[in-house]
Design a binder for this molecule. Structure first.
Ligand SMILES: N[C@@H](CCC(=O)N[C@@H](CS)C(=O)NCC(=O)O)C(=O)O
Length: 209
């Protein structure tokens, strides 16, 4: 049994999608970051960086924060969605790290300036809007070569998908990125992804282009 501390955001959904895809038993505890619940002492014991997601594995007592580490942990625990040998291992880690170091932080800034604070900082809007388009171009070219980021569907796709699901917030037209659109539709159809997307907010719907 895994305790998942989460909220309905891209980083939170990475973990709930992985838990659903891996058929792991878990209980979700909402941490409302709009109400500063991420600063509560009990949550900081799981995630000292005061950000969701965090997990506690009741089987082992392990507490873990950072979504990339959580995905690797769950994949190792179940032996699923992460090839641990050869080229596929490194392709998975490479694209997972690309998501953690590029897609997450930069698209997060695009949300901040383009969606929530339009007109306040034109330079930042231009910078993060351009960076969003550049990242979509990188993703599109990769997905022109392979079906999923590491070849087979993996934790690298689970990490990236919830960020791409905010394409409207990033002012991205998915029709301009045909390969991303094909990949997005395929992942959006997976029952585990559909269930994981609704944690902890049952009313959340996957946006479709
Ligand atoms: N690198 C972290 C980023 C986590 C993150 O930024 N979480 C956001 C929600 S998507 C959060 O908890 N924000 C609350 C805050 O910044 O106080 C991860 O991938 O887990």
């Amino acid at each position: 049994m895994i305790e998942l501390y989460t909220w309905g955001t891209p980083n939170g959904r990475k973990a709930s999608i992985a838990l659903e895809e891996m058929n792991l038993e878990y209980e979700a505890f909402p941490i409302n970051i709009g109400k500063d619940e991420q600063f509560q002492p009990h949550f900081l014991k799981v995630s000292p960086n005061n950000k969701i997601p965090g997990i506690i594995d009741r089987d082992t007592g392990l507490k873990l924060f950072e979504s990339g580490a959580i995905l690797i942990y769950l994949a190792e625990k179940t032996g699923r969605f992460f090839e641990t040998q050869g080229d596929a291992k490194w392709r998975t880690l490479e694209w997972l790290m690309w998501q953690m170091g590029g897609v997450g932080p930069f698209l997060g800034q695009a949300h901040h300036f383009l969606r929530f604070n339009p007109g306040k900082a034109p330079y930042a809007e231009e910078r993060y809007g351009n960076e969003a388009k550049r990242l979509y171009g990188v993703l599109d070219r990769r997905l022109a070569e392979v079906e999923y980021l590491a070849g087979d569907y993996s934790i690298a796709d689970m990490a990236t998908f919830p960020w791409i699901a905010r394409f409207e917030w990033q002012q991205i037209d998915l029709n301009e990125f045909e390969n991303v659109k094909r990949w997005y539709h395929a992942i959006a159809e997976r029952p585990g992804v559909q269930r994981g997307y609704k944690v902890p907010d049952e009313s959340a719907e996957i946006p479709m282009p």
